[in-house]
Every structure is written in C-alpha cells, then in structure tokens.
Design a binder for this molecule. Structure first.
Ligand code: COA
Length: 168
C-alpha cells in the first residue's frame, strides 16, 4: 500500500485549513467525534454507545494516523479543530473484487456549517481514495438525517442500498 497522505492542505474560503490529522489534533478529533455521536446517533439510534468517542476514540484515531489504509482529516481554524472526517479502505475480496473507500464519519461544528468546509473534507477524502486505488466510495447515514442525505447526494453519493432493522 502507498504511504499515508501527510502533506496535502486545502484552505477554505474562510481561512479554515483542511488537512490530515496529526497527533496533537487527537483531543480535537475526539471532541468532534463526541459531538457527532451526541447529535446524530444520540438522537436517532438508541443501540449506539454515545460514550464510544470518549472511551475508545483516542486509541482508535491514534492508530489510524499510522495506518495507510485509514484517513483522519481535520478542519483547523487557527489551531482549533472545528471538524473532522474519517475514512478507510477495504477489499478487494473474491465476492467484490474492487477496492472501496468508506467515509466512516464526518462532523463540522454548527457555527462553521454552510461554509463548504464539509465539501472540502469530502473532496480531500475522494482524492485520497483515488490515490489509494479505490474504485468506489461509500458512506452510511441515518435515514432520519435528511440534511446529511442532501449533503452526500450533492457531493456525489447516490442512494445505492438500504439497511432495514427491526427492534426485537
Ligand atoms: C453534514 C455536515 C458535515 C456538512 O458540513 P458543512 O461544512 O456545513 O457542509 P457544506 O457547507 O459543504 O454544505 C452545507 C450543506 O450541508 C447541509 N447540512 C446537512 N446537515 C446539516 C446540519 N445538521 N446543519 C446545517 N446544515 C446541514 C446544509 O443544508 C447545506 O446545504 P444547503 O447549501 O443546501 O443549505 C455538517 O452539517 C454536520 O456536521 N452535520 C452534523 C453531523 C452529520 O450529520 N454528519 C454526517 C453523518 S456521518
């Protein structure tokens, strides 16, 4: 596998920098991840442990910094982490003989939304995925998160499959 992205930086029109995360960003990434869980799964999915970022996030994100198959991006406003995106490569497998890049999670702090920071994070993720040989990119979002649905649709992620769940 090729080396992790470590030098690409995109400045948004508001001066917020979109770049790969570094070790000193981990507290900010965990804080964004905790805010995402509280806002998204916390209001939509009682099966999810909303304390996961605080309990396990630091170790998981730290591992990802050294894994060429995983990506952690941050949106940095003069040293303050105001957003993040995680991604991972998988495949090929005998059943699906292609490399797939999965956008695992993304979050932009409410005060920074609507300034295309999310769009820049997705563009950077797509560039990383292509550079690493991925032929497809995917993301899962809750059906009830209509804003995220519109956002992903506008950023090129068409509806492809549906997951159905039943409470037992
Ligand atoms: C989805 C999200 C990352 C977009 O970030 P962003 O920096 O505002 O993105 P952009 O400025 O590039 O695009 C803005 C679009 O996102 C839409 N959007 C989606 N969810 C939104 C939300 N919760 N609040 C505000 N805008 C949202 C806006 O409607 C806007 O579309 P519009 O121009 O038609 O109004 C951000 O809104 C967010 O963090 N939402 C909560 C977490 C979430 O749902 N994450 C995705 C699931 S993993």
């Amino acid at each position: 596998m090729s080396a992790p992205v470590d030098s690409v930086t995109i400045m948004t029109e508001t001066g917020v920098e979109v770049r790969p995360a570094r070790a000193e960003d981990l507290d900010g990434v965990v804080a964004c991840s905790a805010a995402l869980f509280a806002e998204d799964a916390g209001t939509r999915d009682p099966a999810v442990n909303v304390n996961w970022p605080k309990e396990y996030g630091a170790a998981k994100f730290a591992d990802a910094l050294h894994d060429p198959d995983r990506l952690v991006l941050v949106a940095d406003d003069d040293g303050r982490i105001v957003g993040h995106l995680t991604g991972a490569l998988s495949g090929p497998t005998p059943m699906r003989p292609v490399t797939v890049a999965t956008l695992g999670s993304m979050y932009v702090r409410p005060a920074y939304r609507g300034r295309k920071i999310g769009t820049r994070l997705v563009e950077e993720f797509r560039d990383w995925a292509r550079l690493h040989g991925a032929q497809y990119a995917g993301v899962t979002a809750y059906t009830g998160n209509e804003g995220a649905g519109r956002f992903f649709e506008r950023n090129g992620f068409a509806m492809h499959s549906t997951v159905r769940e039943a409470t037992l």
